[in-house]
Design a protein around this ligand. Sequence first.
Ligand SMILES: Cc1cc2nc3c(=O)[nH]c(=O)nc-3n(C[C@H](O)[C@H](O)[C@H](O)COP(=O)(O)OP(=O)(O)OC[C@H]3O[C@@H](n4cnc5c(N)ncnc54)[C@H](O)[C@@H]3O)c2cc1C
Length: 324
Amino acid sequence: MKRIAVVGAGMGGLSALHTLANAGCEVTVFDKSRGSGGRMATKKLNAASWDMGAQFLRSHSNAFRLQLAHWQQQGWIETWPIVPDRIDHHGIHTSEDDVQRFVGVSRMTALCRQLLTPAHEFHTATRIISCTKRVDGWMLSDEQEQHFGPFDGLIINTPPEQAQPLLTASPTLFDHPKPDMLPCWTLLLAFDLPLATTVNAAFVEGSPIAWIARNSSKPQRDALQTWVIQADHDWSQERVDSPREQVQETLLAAFFDALKLPSQPCTEIWLHRWLYAIPAAPLEQGALIDQAQQLAVCGDWCHSASVEGAWLSGQAAARALLES
Ligand SMILES: Cc1cc2nc3c(=O)[nH]c(=O)nc-3n(C[C@H](O)[C@H](O)[C@H](O)COP(=O)(O)OP(=O)(O)OC[C@H]3O[C@@H](n4cnc5c(N)ncnc54)[C@H](O)[C@@H]3O)c2cc1C
């Protein structure tokens, strides 16, 4: 049985895990966080919770469409039957958007937890800092000087900044410029009472905000009125090191302004800065492969900037290790 290590339990790594485990491999997964999902994170604060990263899943490819149908059949995702509005300087407009959107239930990370099931072991809070190829296979070390391995194959599923130091055994794999990742300031709000608006989600133009979602309009969410506000990527880039209070105040004011509502007190408020939110220009290569070393790198930045892109990239990485 082939033993494979996967570094990073985002959708890319989970997708690879699934294919490798189905093919009979023994897969060990590592993540520096306390759980799985990466940028499909859920934030919990007292009685409130929000999908803090990816807001919904949608498909462009037939393969992912079939995968979504399977997850829906398993009860791991449900459709989010809303039509996002469009907000601009002139006001709030309904849209003709007919995209079918899905969400993990009862939160995005619940899907990721299901996808982890075939893992032989899942090492949480384990930041891998080096990957070395020996004659008997790959050895991994974390920052607490724990050592893992040997493994017959290795998949790295981290953003490019974090992948590069792990690829010293295969320097040519990364011989093109590292793709830039754009930041995103994200504001999470909870209210005791519903806001007086019909908006459940909206794409916003001409504002510091790019996206607003009533998280509590998603299926199987909490009773509290929860909202997710995502800032525009360029706006976030220009303010990536601005004081948090200043960013929070601006986004809060822009939120009420966009919804044409008077400001009102919230019961919970949380601001998160995603430093590596989405790739500015994904490589569109599927995955980076070094077949001779049984090494593959996957993630949205290798394919396309979405959960679907990460999933397809994970598939490509797994297939490459199985083919060699
Ligand atoms: C605010 C925001 C909103 C978004 N909205 C959407 C949306 O609505 N729909 C959509 O399709 N996509 C959306 N995306 C994009 C989507 O979330 C990502 O494309 C996708 O989740 C990326 O998955 P991934 O597996 O490539 O990487 P990640 O999810 O980033 O996974 C990488 C994992 O690697 C771990 N890691 C990193 N370094 C190490 C290390 N040294 N050792 C161990 N572990 C490590 C990290 O903890 C992380 O869990 C959004 C992203 C953000 C941030």
